[in-house]
Design a protein around this ligand. Structure first.
Ligand code: ADP
Ligand code: MG
Length: 396
């Protein structure tokens, strides 16, 4: 057991790392973050920030010397960096699990081999694959890059082989998967924590709504049948076990219109759809990540009350800092901002979570706040033609 007072390490400086760092510090750990950026959400709150590339051997050696154990906050760290660290200090998750989750082709092949239902797909290594007999069955589909896609980036809806070929070139002619576009009833996700002894717990199932391929809202508990929720949890656990996973992992799933569950993708880390756990659960997903890393007993992921989480994207900053009173005036709304210095459209800047006794009232309040925030943050209207004409006249 790595006791409080010890030092934990983190690869990556984003908001997931910031919330991990804050959870660890609250429990008395020191945290060292390795991230190449000058400023980063996690680097800014860490006890120490090593500013270097993830593949820099000297920086990795320094991190390993400083820390009793190291984890990661995003899947795109080179898996070899985790492999290198594992020779010098504790590491979770393993390089092998991250290597599977960071590459859509490997991920799909792993899921299929382990018997999990996935959307019908073909692997695309060259343009010809897009017109193969197998591929033709998948249109209309979605072409997804195998590596480095996130938040809907690196994905294009495609209608037919010719369209898909153009899309494949626009994505850099890189290895991709072509997936059939499924008719979804809804989407759910399960955050799972599994420790070194194989003890496993699941967080309550979240129901997720996306906008432009980015998570917009998570509703907890998911408004699905008890049997479907139980199946989602069993699937999450089975994925973690099949990977022999150690740490916190999220399994995103589609619910089809006929009620079948399909595994979409795996994140080898805490997940945006688990942020509600910070305010609504006995143990948050970030505390759980600390516990697994430090080999502490797992915490209870039980839900205090229903919760709805809403992401705050950079678009809301179109007219400067949003008016946070719109969130703060609700005594059961919890605001989280990630300290990012620059707001860009579709960049995740923060989130808020609304707690309530019933999920419907949490959703009503969350949506009312969202509508007001969006209304007050609309970009300043450009003057219409008649206003412009008057203005010109005045200038003359
Ligand atoms: P990312 O890595 O960007 O999260 P996902 O593969 O999870 O990529 O896709 C983002 C979102 O796009 C999904 O949550 C879902 O809403 C939609 N989507 C992705 N694949 C499909 C599909 N095969 N059928 C229907 N919707 C899909
Ligand atoms: Mg996703």
């Amino acid at each position: 057991m790595i006791v409080p007072g010890s030092t934990l390490g983190l690869l990556g400086g984003g908001q997931l790392g910031r919330m991990f760092t804050m959870a660890a510090q609250r429990m008395g750990y020191r945290v060292v973050v390795l991230d190449p950026g000058l400023h980063s959400p996690a680097g800014d709150v860490a006890d120490e920030h090593i500013r270097a590339d993830y593949a820099d051997p000297a920086a990795l050696a320094r991190l390993a010397r400083a820390c009793a154990a190291v984890t990661t906050e995003f899947e795109n760290v080179p898996a070899e960096a985790l492999g290198f660290l594992a020779r010098h200090c504790g590491v979770s998750p393993t390089a092998e699990s991250v290597a599977v989750a960071q590459d859509r082709i490997r991920e799909k092949e792993f899921l299929c081999a382990a018997g999990f239902p996935v959307a019908p797909f073909v692997v695309v290594q060259d343009g010809a694959a897009l017109a193969s007999a197998e591929a033709v069955e998948l249109y209309p589909g979605i072409l997804k890059v195998s590596r480095f896609g996130y938040d809907g980036k690196g994905q294009v809806p495609v209608a037919n082989p010719a369209h898909a070929l153009a899309a494949w070139h626009s994505l850099g002619s890189e290895p991709c998967v072509l997936e059939k576009r499924l008719a979804l009833a809804t989407e759910v996700s399960v955050v799972v924590a599994r420790d070194v002894a194989g003890q496993v717990v699941t967080f309550p199932v979240a129901e997720n709504q996306h906008r432009h391929g980015i998570l917009d809202i998570s509703i907890v508990p998911a408004r699905v049948s008890a049997s479907l929720a139980a199946e989602a949890c069993r699937t999450g656990i089975a994925v973690a076990e099949a990977l022999d996973y150690r740490g916190v992992l999220c399994v995103e799933m589609f619910v089809l219109e006929d009620g079948r569950l399909v595994v979409n993708e795996i994140a080898p880390r805490p997940h945006n759809s688990g942020h509600y756990s910070l305010d609504a659960c006995i143990t948050s997903q970030f505390e759980q990540q600390v516990r697994v890393l430090a080999q502490l007993p797992l915490g209870d992921p039980g839900l205090h009350c229903p919760a709805v989480m809403v992401n705050l994207l950079g678009d809301l900053w179109a007219r400067g800092e949003p008016d946070w009173r719109l969130v703060l005036e609700h005594p059961r709304a919890k605001l989280h901002l990630y300290g990012k210095r620059e707001a860009r459209p579709r960049r995740k800047m923060g989130h808020y979570t609304v707690l309530a006794d019933r999920v419907e009232s949490a959703l009503d309040t969350a949506l009312a706040i969202k509508a007001r925030l969006e209304q007050t943050c609309l970009p300043a209207r450009r003057p219409g033609p008649e206003v412009a004409a008057k203005h010109e006249g005045g200038l003359g």
